[in-house]
Design a protein around this ligand. Structure first.
Ligand SMILES: [Zn+2]
Ligand SMILES: [Zn+2]
Length: 347
């Protein structure tokens, strides 16, 4: 089979790799679509600590072409369209036992990230992958593979938005109108909030309004904190989701948040500089500052329901698709700051 192998910083080759062999409890999945994540771009640019050679790609969908002897065909069979839960959680640690697989203590030791003896990676950018049936989720066949490939990023956003326990009519401020920010807009809207978006790019602000944002503004053009206070009777937003990587904006996220409100640091920070925090205000205003990372098994399931039932329509977030043979072009295209989701397809 062919795979997109990253052999070093900004070095990509299409290589012939051995076909994966499946165990009794696994299926062979033919990958049809894989979304490029900011994390894949950081791999490409060498801004991660993962080892090369690497087969990246963790936002993928495809179909089953073979099933192991122990897989129950009532649940998964040849021809089914599926996605895979991608966190290499051990299933044994305290976090795995309490539904927080995204915090599994073994994940960082996984060969997914560091493999001194061979390829690291999630393997979404290969033609085939062997998958444990317990990690699979089924999609109706009418959902395009380019849509089901959004399951993983949307599941990260489900994890973020669900943890805020948003109440009807609350003010929710989303910082950043990229794919992750816009998915926060859609999910917070479904929870009955009034959505405010902070985003410098006008085209993205317009898209956010189409997807449910009530108010959008350019944070570069005015005193953004004063504006948010003015929009909320001087209080600030009840919930703030920061989807941008800039530490200065993480500080602003806390300033946007009302007394008694919650600030969510959804994005990793690059560079990860310390952010000055007014812990006196955290105390006296009962502010909550927390982070969210990755999807859990449960939010993955929820994400599949949202996409499969058409409750979230990601069509407008899909930017451009490239055949896997044009992988370099796809990465270069996805690197442009104005890009939405770039998808690599396998025939
Ligand atoms: Zn991702
Ligand atoms: Zn674990």
């Amino acid at each position: 089979m062919k795979a997109i192998v990253e052999t070093g910083i900004k070095k990509i080759e299409i290589q012939e790799l051995p076909m994966p062999e499946i165990q009794a409890d696994e299926v062979l999945m033919k990958i049809r679509a894989n979304g490029l994540c900011t994390n894949d771009i950081r791999d490409y640019l060498g801004d991660t600590v993962y080892s090369f050679p690497r087969v990246g790609g963790h936002e993928f969908s495809g179909e089953i072409v073979a099933v192991g002897a122990a897989v129950n065909p009532k649940h998964f069979d040849v021809g089914d369209h599926v996605v895979k839960y991608i966190i290499p959680a051990c299933g044994e640690c305290d976090y795995c036992k309490t539904g927080r697989e995204n915090l599994c203590v073994e994940v960082a030791n996984s060969s997914t990230f560091q493999n001194p003896n061979g390829l690291s990676g999630f393997f979404g950018m290969a033609q085939y992958i062997a998958v444990k049936s317990r990690d699979l989720y089924k999609y109706p066949k009418e959902v395009p593979f380019t849509h089901s490939a959004f399951t993983e990023p949307l599941a990260c956003v489900v994890n973020s938005v669900e943890r805020a326990n948003i109440l009807y009519g609350q003010d929710v401020l989303v910082i950043g109108g990229g794919v992750m920010g816009l998915m926060h807009v859609m999910l917070a809207k479904l929870q009955g909030a009034r959505i405010i978006l902070s985003e410098p790019n006008e085209e993205r602000r317009k898209l956010a309004e189409q997807l449910g944002a009530a108010i959008t503004f350019d944070p570069m053009a005015e005193d953004a904190v004063a504006l948010v206070k003015q929009l909320t009777q001087g209080r600030g937003a009840d919930v703030v989701f920061n989807t941008t990587a800039n530490p200065i904006i993480a500080k602003q996220a806390m300033d946007f948040t009302a007394a008694g409100g919650q600030t969510f640091i959804f994005s990793s920070l690059h560079p990860n500089n310390p952010v000055p925090t007014d812990l006196g205000a955290v105390h006296s205003h009962e502010k909550v500052i927390t982070g969210t990372v990755s999807p859990t098994i449960r939010t993955f399931y929820r994400s599949v329901q949202l996409i499969a039932k058409g409750l979230v329509d990601i069509t407008l977030l899909l930017d451009k698709t490239f055949d896997y043979t044009q992988a370099v072009e796809a990465f270069e295209y996805a690197m442009r700051p104005e890009t939405f989701k770039t998808i690599i397809t396998f025939d």
